[in-house]
Design a protein around this ligand. Structure first.
Ligand SMILES: NC(=O)CC[C@H](N)C(=O)O
Length: 361
């Protein structure tokens, strides 16, 4: 179709040639790959991918278009998208944009006709890879580490209320480290009042909102870069029932004296098997993370491991031994699925003591 040639220049020295989809926007970021066969809209709008160039291993992207209801945020924060074949003629009754419309609307740097198998092998072999999307083959990436301030870029600026039900419904305050909208939607569907606060909201400000429970959201970057937040997280999680999701899970571990480690090449996809160690049941989960809680760490005095990854035995969930704190590394809100673990939200909400109904001791 006469598209211009573009290059993905990698910190490994590899250069992959492709074509620009939509307008030309040079960009840099950490390279990651996602193995989901569906869910490209959710991936492209999940704030946890902020600053990352995402390679999709599934070869056809865009075939069911983009809908108004599947956004995970309204400001896609990923640094770029790398695909094999773009579908130009999406077919779905809810589709309002094609992939190219989406790329142009949100100015997402995107190359197609890239050898995504080769890219995936490079990431698997090297682990930490940075890259530049550019029209100039000689343009090497300058950014060679994860942005330590990335959460600040995606977190909400001011406290926002998403739903007001009657006072007998639980009020859940979400700390927004880069929260997927499906977390808000899932809690609202469970009839919760939901308030979202900035990632650095102090415990006094949160307590003044009179929450019944806290959710610590997913988000981008290295959890160690948010160590300065961990005293807030400790205080707030000791005061209210708390659910930590992905980055939120990692931050709870840090807040209670644990450590996190970088995974060899991350878990990003929607078919990751996880074992519930309490029941022995294996569930299939949606995942997007590059770090994990280190099992050797000393949080084990306070927490038990609730879920374990079946592929690499990494920690996938924690539960406090006597406080109502539970955390998961995977995404129970799923979107695009699978929904095997959505009951985690139901279980969390059903045990929240609501003001004037039950007392939390
Ligand atoms: N989805 C997330 O919350 C990701 C958490 C963290 N940024 C990681 O990559 O491990």
């Amino acid at each position: 179709m006469g598209e211009k040639t573009g290059y993905l220049v990698l910190s490994t020295g590899d250069i992959l040639e492709g074509k620009w989809l939509g307008k030309i926007h040079a960009s840099e970021g950490e390279l990651v790959f996602n193995t989901s066969m569906t869910g490209y809209q959710e991936v492209m709008t999940d704030p946890s991918y902020a600053g990352q160039i995402v390679g999709m291993t599934y070869p056809l992207i865009g075939n069911y278009g983009f809908s108004e209801i599947d956004y995970e945020s309204l400001n896609p924060a990923l640094a770029g998208l790398i695909i094999s074949h773009p579908c130009r003629t999406p077919e779905h009754y809810q589709s309002t944009l094609s992939l190219e419309d989406m790329i142009n609307k949100y100015e997402i740097p995107c190359l197609f006709e890239i050898d995504t198998r080769k890219l995936t092998r490079i990431i698997r072999d090297h682990g930490e890879v940075y890259g530049r999307i550019t029209s100039v083959m000689q343009d090497a990436p300058q950014q060679l580490k994860v942005d330590s301030e990335i959460v600040k870029r995606v977190s909400i600026q001011t406290t926002t209320q998403y739903k007001i039900n009657s006072e007998t419904h639980p009020h859940v305050v979400i700390y927004d480290f880069g929260c997927k909208h499906s977390i808000v939607r899932t809690l609202a569907e469970l009839d919760c009042n939901v308030t979202v606060v900035p990632f650095d909201a102090n415990p006094e400000a949160v307590k003044a909102l009179h929450p019944d429970a806290i959710v610590l959201s997913n988000g981008p970057g290295d959890p160690e870069d948010l160590r300065y937040m961990t005293s807030n997280i400790r205080e707030i999680s000791e005061s209210y029932p708390t659910l930590g999701i992905c980055l939120g899970h990692q931050l709870v571990a840090l807040a209670y004296g644990g450590k996190t480690k970088r995974l060899p090449y991350g878990h990003r996809g929607s078919n990751h098997p996880v074992k519930d160690l309490r029941t022995g049941k294996v569930v299939i989960t949606s995942q997007n993370h590059g770090y994990a809680v280190d099992l050797d760490s000393n949080i084990m005095d306070d927490f038990q491991v609730s879920y374990m990854n079946v592929n690499d035995q990494t920690v996938e969930g924690l539960v406090h031994s006597h406080k109502p704190i539970m955390t998961v590394q995977f995404h129970p809100e799923a979107h695009p699925g699978p929904s095997d673990t959505q009951s985690i939200f139901q279980d969390f909400v059903s045990q929240i003591p609501v003001k004037g109904v039950k007392q939390y001791a």
